[in-house]
Design a binder for this molecule. Structure first.
Ligand SMILES: Cc1cc2nc3c(=O)[nH]c(=O)nc-3n(C[C@H](O)[C@H](O)[C@H](O)COP(=O)(O)O)c2cc1C
Length: 221
């Protein structure tokens, strides 16, 4: 399936059915996470069949139900930790979507003390991603129109349009979509806005743009 189609199908899912993820899919995800960790130096961990992390007041308040699997999004503390977590986390989210699984990025609505996952000294857990078979497929978020999130002169190249479309489909915390993408001298450059988890969002947006357009989305200053 075309990656943009996968992105169109992906929505945050907060309610899950009690259907274990099959062994073959677990193995694909484990291998995928290992490869991401190797490339990125991050320390993502898959947790299967563990209902306690989402058995908390925060999770219930966030209307989460039946979450038994999740990805611990973590890595060594550094200036760009959040952004790298966003980039590789979204790569994983789309892999899960391809496998017929649903996801939800979760920075607030989970039991932080109950979260299983091992942190090495100097590492930080940035958030988790809920994972499993959804009770529903979620709903498409309201998106800013494309002309509010990108700037270009003349005609928009096809690849740039695909990239911006993917950026608009990307999940962002509270659907804030605080980013701007410019076409400068034939290259895509993005600017990160300020806001809660905006750096994590920025990494998600940069991965989405790259995956759909085939072009790197440089971070502007
Ligand atoms: C970094 C990040 C953190 C998020 N944290 C939460 C959260 O704590 N609780 C929650 O219910 N949703 C959370 N979300 C999900 C967003 O609300 C959701 O992605 C956004 O509304 C867009 O909807 P969509 O993912 O269905 O496209 C988070 C999303 C991102 C990207």
């Amino acid at each position: 399936m075309d990656i943009l189609e996968l992105m169109e199908q992906r929505h945050s899912v907060r309610q899950y059915v009690n259907k274990p993820i099959e062994a073959d899919k677990r193995q694909i995800l484990v291998t995928f996470v290992e490869a991401c960790n190797q490339t990125s130096g991050l320390h993502f961990q898959l947790v299967f069949d563990e209902p306690e992390c989402f058995n908390s007041a925060m999770a219930r308040y966030g209307k989460f139900e039946g979450v038994r699997n999740y990805i611990v999004v973590a890595g060594k503390k550094s200036k760009d930790l959040e952004q790298r977590c966003g980039y590789y986390g979204e790569k994983l989210v789309l892999k899960a979507q391809e496998l017929g699984l649903s996801t939800c990025w979760v920075a607030m609505s989970y039991g932080k003390k109950k979260c299983v996952g091992h942190l090495e000294p100097g590492e930080k857990r940035v958030c988790v991603i809920a994972l499993g078979y959804g009770k529903n497929q979620g709903v498409a978020h309201r998106s800013k129109p494309m002309d509010e999130v990108c700037r270009y002169a003349g005609t928009m190249p096809d690849w740039f349009e695909k990239g911006v479309k993917a950026a608009c489909l990307a999940p962002t915390a509270m659907n804030q979509q605080k980013f701007m993408i410019d076409l400068q001298d034939g290259k895509a450059v993005a600017y990160c806005g300020s806001g809660f988890y905006a750096k994590l969002d920025f990494g998600i947006v940069r991965y989405s743009f790259k995956a759909a357009s085939g072009h790197v989305l440089k971070a502007g200053r």
